[in-house]
Design a binder for this molecule. Structure first.
Ligand code: SOE
Length: 385
């Protein structure tokens, strides 16, 4: 695993729990975690149960005892590491968004296509697909439960930047993160929309906004005592992105990704409205799915709550009896299980780098629409999901 921040912790839980909960077709060994700070990465290895720690990712991907490279670094190093690892014959799991630019994502897809010819696979870490209720949402749409999809409403709202003294971390600097809320959390709802509908986002129109333009530099005496006068830096990414999308099946989508929804901590909601019904998911109630059946007798129509904890629901049979709920980290366990299963049976895990590129093209088109003020910028890419 290259990196060891928040996603490093979540992935470590996934790698450690998957062999215990699922009968994996291959054993999983947490061999080495890589970071630039030797003391910090050694502590992370100890804490999360990795056998070794290292500071040179190139030396690690050259090792014969490494089969999978799990990339959980900021977006500015995804392309370099993923391409080198794939060319070295290692399977790759890369955190979202796939890259910081469309051009990088295209290079990564080319490397994945080369590697696929040698039986090496690549997957993107859009984990919300693997929340059982989201996979069920996709399955129900595919079965026609809502009829023709006519509208989708997708929002991902956080508020961790409302405090203007929140320091200028890497997520707020374009050279490291590529974009702000748009790529960090907007990427999730774009991928989820493509996943549950099975359709491409063919064109978008939108705007992005940076609400607080200067923030205290890390380590510049931030806190109650205020900030040293010279300790401010420019925020170079968006704080909020609002955009409309047109799906390849004709439906309209409204997207909102913001870090300034005061009071909303990690509020991801997705509602799919169809000719025969509707389905709605709320991450803050992630074990359930709201379903409205327009074909039901008129005297009993209404949104019903499906508790997604039955053995026949996606992934649930491996866990607990009905009503015993799952949490945020379980999607990372499902991700590890699905990747190892695909490697073992020689199949292509999803989402592929092609799907990651499709999301990247949507992000790029939103930025183009926002920069030029032009309505409807085509994403110009159809991924074969
Ligand atoms: C942003 O704070 C963040 O950590 C994203 O980077 C993750 O992808 C999201 O799942 C939770 O919020």
């Amino acid at each position: 695993m290259i990196g060891y921040g928040f996603m490093g912790a979540a992935h470590s839980v996934g790698w450690r729990q998957a062999p215990a909960v699922f009968s994996l077709p291959r054993p999983v060994e947490l061999t080495v975690v890589v970071g630039r700070n030797p003391d910090a990465v050694a502590e992370a290895a100890e804490h999360w149960g990795w056998a070794e720690s290292a500071t040179d990712w190139r030396a690690v991907i050259a090792r014969d005892d490494i089969d999978i490279v799990d990339i959980v670094t900021p977006g500015d190093s995804h392309a370099e590491i993923a391409i080198a690892a794939l060319d070295a014959g290692k399977h790759v799991l890369c955190e979202k968004p796939l890259a910081n630019t469309v051009a990088e994502a295209e290079e990564m897809l080319a490397a994945a296509t080369r590697a696929e010819k040698r039986g090496v696979v690549a997957m993107v870490g859009f984990t919300y697909r693997r929340v059982p209720a989201v996979t069920l949402l996709r399955d129900l749409i595919a079965q026609g439960a809502v009829g023709t999809v006519q509208q989708v409403r997708a929002a991902y709202r956080q508020d961790w930047l409302v405090d203007p003294l929140q320091p200028l971390a890497w997520r707020l600097q374009k050279e490291h993160a590529g974009s702000g809320a748009l790529g960090d959390i907007g990427a999730h709802i774009v991928d989820m929309t493509r996943f549950v509908t099975g359709q491409d986002v063919e064109a978008v129109s939108g705007t992005v906004e940076t609400i607080v333009r200067r923030r205290p530099l890390l380590g510049s005496g931030t806190g109650l005592s205020g900030v040293a006068a010279d300790g401010f830096g420019e925020v170079t990414v968006d704080d909020a992105a609002l955009f409309t999308g047109r799906l390849s099946g004709g439906a309209l989508v409204s997207f909102e990704a913001t870090r300034f929804a005061t009071g909303r901590k990690n509020a991801l909601t997705l509602e799919v409205s169809g000719s025969e019904g509707a389905l709605a998911f709320d991450l803050e109630d992630l074990n359930s799915l709201q379903f409205y059946d327009r074909t039901a007798p008129a005297d009993r129509q209404g949104f019903t709550k499906i508790l997604v904890t039955e053995a026949q629901h996606p992934y649930v049979a491996a866990w607990w009896p009905p009503g015993h709920t799952l949490g945020y980290e379980h999607a990372f366990v499902h991700q590890a299980f699905d990747l190892v299963s695909a490697i073992a049976d020689g199949s292509q895990p999803h989402p592929t780098f092609a799907e990651g590129l499709a999301v990247q093209r949507v992000l790029g088109a939103v930025e183009e629409s926002a920069a030029t003020g032009s309505a409807w910028v085509r994403t110009g890419f159809r991924a074969h999901v």
